[in-house]
Design a protein around this ligand. Sequence first.
Ligand code: ZN
Length: 371
Amino acid sequence: MRGFRIGKAFGIPIEVNASWLVIFGLILWSLSAVLFPATLPGQGDALYWLMGLGTTLAFFGSLLLHELSHSLVSRHFGLQVRRIILFIFGGISEATEEMPSAKVEFWVGIAGPLMSVLLGVLSGGLSLLAAGIGNDPLTVVFQWLAIVNIALAVFNMLPGFPLDGGRVLRAAAWQITGSHRRATRIATRGGQIIAGLLLAWAALRFVNGDFLGGVWVGFLGYLLFQAASSSYGDLVIKDALSRVGVADLMSRNVTSLHPEMTVRDAVDSTLSRHAFGGYPVADGHVHGILQANDVKRVPAGEWPRLRVTELMKPLDDTEVLSPQTPVSEALERFNRLGVGRLPVIQDGELVGILSQSDVLRWLEWHPEAAK
Ligand SMILES: [Zn+2]
C-alpha cells in the first residue's frame, strides 16, 4: 500500500494512505455538522468545527498510539518495524520479519488494544473532570473519545485474523498445537466467520432502513473477509519462501552489458535478442541497470553516440539482493519497487540475477509450499 510520509516517531516512519483523508473528512464533518450540534445545541458553528477538528486530530493520535504500541513491542522483541501506515480501515504496523514465537505474537497483538483501553479510560476520566468544572464542550469531546477508543479495542479484539484478536488467537493456538500453520488456519477461519457476521449485521441494518450504516458495516465485513482469506495462502507461501535463500533460486548466467559499450552495441548484441526489462551494466563490478524502456525513449539516431553508463540507472542499496537474502524478502522488494528482476550482488560483484519467474517456477515444483 502506498502512503505519503507525515513524520517519524521513535525512528519509525509514519505514513498516511490517501484513503485515510476520506475518513478524516468524514469524521470531521459528522462530528462538527451533525453530532456536536445535536448533543450540545445553541452554540456557534465556529465552536462545533473547532471541537470537531480537535476531536478528529485526537482520534488520529489515538490510532497512531495504538499502532505505535504494536511497533514498539515488536521492536522490544528484536523485530524490525518498517513503517506505520494509516488507511481507511485503521492502521498497520509493518514488521519485516515473521513472528519468532507464540509469546512474541501474543504481546505484539495485544499491545494495541491495551493502549486503546488505556486511552479510553483516560478520556473517560478527563470527561468526568470536565463535567466537574462545568465545561460542556470538553465533556462531550472526551466522552466521544472514550467511547471510540473502547469501541476500537473491542472491535480489534474480535478473534479473527488479521485483527489484533486474531493474532492473539493465533498465538494461543500456536502455543497449544505447536503448529504455526494450523494456528494460522484457525485464526484466518475466525476472520472469515467474523466477516460473515458483519455482513449479516449489514444486511439487518439495510432491512431496518439504516442505509448508510449498512454500507459501512458491509464494507468492513467485505474488507475483513478479503484480508482473512488471502492471508492464509500468503502466510503459507511466505513461510516456505522465508526458508529459501536467493542463492538457491537465482540464475547465475546473467546477461549483462559492459560499461564501455555504446547503446547501439547494447541493442544489437543484447537488447534485441532478449525480452528482459533491464540489464545489469557490469565488468565484474556492477555499475547500474540499463532499462529497455529508457533506451526506447531515446531516438535511435543518438544510440551510437551514447554510452550505456550515461543511460543506466545507478545502483541504489535497495535495488540489489544479496545471496543470503530470504526469497520471501526478495518478493517484497519486487512488489515495493514494481520490478520483475533484481541483480544479486556479493562484495560489489555481480553473482546472479533473481526474477519473479524464478520464484514462480520454484513454487510450481514445490506444490506443498504453494498449496
Ligand atoms: Zn492493532
